[in-house]
Design a protein around this ligand. Sequence first.
Ligand SMILES: C[C@@H](C(=O)O)C(=O)SCCNC(=O)CCNC(=O)[C@H](O)C(C)(C)COP(=O)(O)OP(=O)(O)OC[C@H]1O[C@@H](n2cnc3c(N)ncnc32)[C@H](O)[C@@H]1OP(=O)(O)O
Ligand SMILES: [Co+2]
Length: 134
Amino acid sequence: MIGRLNHVAIAVRDLDRATALYRDVLGATVSAPLAQPDHGVTVVFVTLPNTKIELLQPLGEASPIARFLDKNPDGGLHHVCYEVDDILAARDRLKAGGARILGDAEPRIGAHGKPVLFLHPKDFSGTLIELEQA
Ligand SMILES: C[C@@H](C(=O)O)C(=O)SCCNC(=O)CCNC(=O)[C@H](O)C(C)(C)COP(=O)(O)OP(=O)(O)OC[C@H]1O[C@@H](n2cnc3c(N)ncnc32)[C@H](O)[C@@H]1OP(=O)(O)O
Ligand SMILES: [Co+2]
């Protein structure tokens, strides 16, 4: 059911600093910061030949990554995003299998302008999974 790896996300406290590290030290191509108020994060995309890295910094009062950064003050790997052809079919199959879909289980438009859903990390080997409609 899952397809390509769309991105790996890293939560950071200081997006400018993390962006500079990827750009200047690792020599990667980075995007401008993109505020995603609906998701409570500001995002920078690092483009790699075969996938993307998504640098995430909390945005607003109730960011879903705030507690993660409290527990991981240096930042850390936050989620992996897999592409699916049909996000509603994928959601219904996962639900039927007992996996917990986070939030109200309705897809929301993600940073690439496509519908996304998140799956509870406790149901997937301690890894938060994002699904994005391909
Ligand atoms: C823009 C968009 C895009 O790409 O298009 C994005 O990616 S937006 C990216 C930001 N948005 C999201 O992440 C949305 C989905 N995420 C959420 O709803 C939340 O982050 C949760 C996953 C529910 C976690 O929330 P929160 O940390 O406040 O709850 P909590 O502290 O009670 O955590 C419950 C348990 O899950 C663990 N936990 C929390 N975050 C985790 C993570 N990223 N990976 C692995 N485990 C994680 C905690 O350590 C805890 O385990 P213990 O109980 O063992 O201590
Ligand atoms: Co993401």
